[in-house]
Design a protein around this ligand. Structure first.
Ligand code: GDP
Ligand code: IMO
Ligand code: MG
Length: 428
């Protein structure tokens, strides 16, 4: 894997593919790490070894995953939905662990702010949906982006003018109460907390688009951190069981203000199998003991909500679709180690409806519950692969498995995850 001027890291399945780990590894070679989309629905995990060789776990929800490399400056782009108290809590935790944060975190002045009332409305909407609930993270993501497109969202540049901001804040709350029914709410507490943080916030605010474009002009390079995953995309995902933003490539350009022609590398992250957390169709889901085995071996429990993740076979129909809609230039295949010991591996190669092969990943989510999935079977491996340093060190069957994924998904695999730590990654 080579490094380029602007590399984008995208979740290419249903989220939790291992974005945090790759961003942490690559950030050593980048000046800026810019987060483009999503909010605290994301949970990006990084394991760092301390001086005694003990693994310490960090989970990033809003703060970009480049923070553990102290030469990096981290920017929260305009496309993010920012809950300020969560963000400050994360910064505090980092400082308590000896990570320098001063002067290293910037926030776009166009970023939309997420308030406690968005979280309440998220819960109310889910309850209203009954058995059709999305299974959101209840972090207020949908309601915050709804305010944004309804054109009464509140942005960072509004917060900085605190007196007029307060008026808009009260108006929005009134509107939400008229739409969703009255709910108890402590405005004084929320406003007091925000006001107390204002001096700190002001030091971090920049015009994100000019900041990044100027940095490029000055010769700096940028690593862009995507959140969530392609199949959770509001346009391209399994609608309506999706998030409320665009985790695919278009959302990246919009979410930080960089032109498409500035992006030089688009790395999609895929697990060597699939997982999904929350409701919605999942064609290759394993609801048997093998699914449970993968969940336990892979530690497949949500980094944000702790919910057990649904597990299933690698899906090359979804994979090729994700490669196509994102224009992925390469893949990072993660968690190959988790499949060690599975005797026969399956990969989904096509979806069929009433005996007819579908062109690819269908729009109509209801179809996905009715389709028949066609698989190929490959023999697994039993050797421990966690110490492999090169592709050649991997067992023959593991190499064949990777090569089959490359062929069926139309994209080169340039890095392979064989464990959660920084050094457990093979680069080709
Ligand atoms: P993200 O949201 O895409 O950053 O992914 P998450 O952090 O939510 O979930 C990925 C999980 O897999 C984390 O616990 C990672 O530490 C772990 N992980 C990442 N890559 C590998 C790998 O190659 N092997 C194993 N065993 N675990 C990995
Ligand atoms: P990272 O960045 C996995 C899922 C939720 C739910 C749906 C909508 O860690 O990969 P939302 O709270 O966004 O309204 O929930 O999307 N979801 C994720 N699943 N990883 C994520 O982020 C996710 N972000 C949202 O579980 O099904
Ligand atoms: Mg995650």
């Amino acid at each position: 894997m080579s490094n380029s001027k602007v590399a984008v890291i995208l979740g290419a399945q249903w989220g939790d593919e291992g974005k945090g780990k790759l961003i942490d590894i690559l950030s050593e070679k980048y000046k800026i790490v810019a987060r483009a989309t999503g909010g605290a629905n994301a949970g990006h995990t990084i394991y760092l070894k301390d001086q005694n060789g003990e693994r310490k776990k960090y989970v990033f929800h809003l703060v970009p995953s480049g923070m553990l490399n102290e030469n990096c400056v981290c920017l929260l782009g305009n496309g993010v939905a920012l809950h300020i108290p969560t963000f400050f809590q994360e910064l505090k935790l980092l400082r308590e662990n000896g990570i320098k944060t001063e002067g290293r975190v910037l926030i776009s002045d166009r970023i939309h702010l997420l308030f406690e009332y968005h979280k309440i409305v998220d819960g109310i909407q889910e309850d209203m949906k009954g058995d059709k609930k999305v299974g959101t993270t209840k972090r207020g993501i949908g309601p915050c982006y709804t305010d944004k497109v309804r054109r009464n969202g509140i942005r960072m540049c509004d917060l900085l003018e605190f007196e007029t901001f307060k008026d808009t804040y009260h108006e929005n709350l009134k509107m939400l109460k008229s739409l969703y029914g009255d709910f108890e709410y402590d405005t004084e507490k929320e406003l007091a907390e925000l006001e107390s943080l204002l001096p700190e916030i002001k030091k971090m605010v920049v015009d994100g688009a000019y900041y990044l474009n100027d940095a490029l002009e000055n010769g700096d390079n940028i690593l862009v951190e995507g959140a969530n995953g392609a199949l959770l995309d509001i346009d391209h995902g399994t609608y309506p069981y999706v998030t409320s933003s665009s985790p695919t490539i278009g959302g990246i350009c919009t979410g930080i203000g960089l032109g498409a022609n500035k992006l030089t590398q688009v790395i999609g992250i895929m697990k060597a199998y699939c997982t999904r957390v929350g409701s919605g169709p999942f064609p290759t889901e394993l609801t048997n003991e093998l699914g449970d085995q993968i969940r336990e071996q892979g530690g497949e429990y949500g980094s944000t909500t702790g919910r057990p993740r649904r597990c299933g076979w690698y899906d090359a129909v979804a994979g090729a679709y994700s490669v196509m809609i994102n224009g992925l230039t390469e893949l990072n295949l993660t968690k190959l180690d988790v499949l060690t010991g599975v005797e026969n591996l399956k990969i989904a190669t096509a979806y069929k409806l009433n005996g007819e092969k579908l062109r690819g990943f269908p729009a109509n989510t209801k179809l996905l519950d009715k389709i028949e999935v066609e698989y190929i079977e490959l023999p697994g491996w039993t050797e421990d692969i966690s110490k492999a340093k090169t592709f050649e060190d991997l067992p023959e069957n593991a190499k064949k498995y990777i090569e089959t994924i490359e062929k069926l998904s139309n994209c080169k695999v340039t890095s392979i995850g064989i464990g959660p730590a920084r050094d457990e990654m093979i680069f080709r």
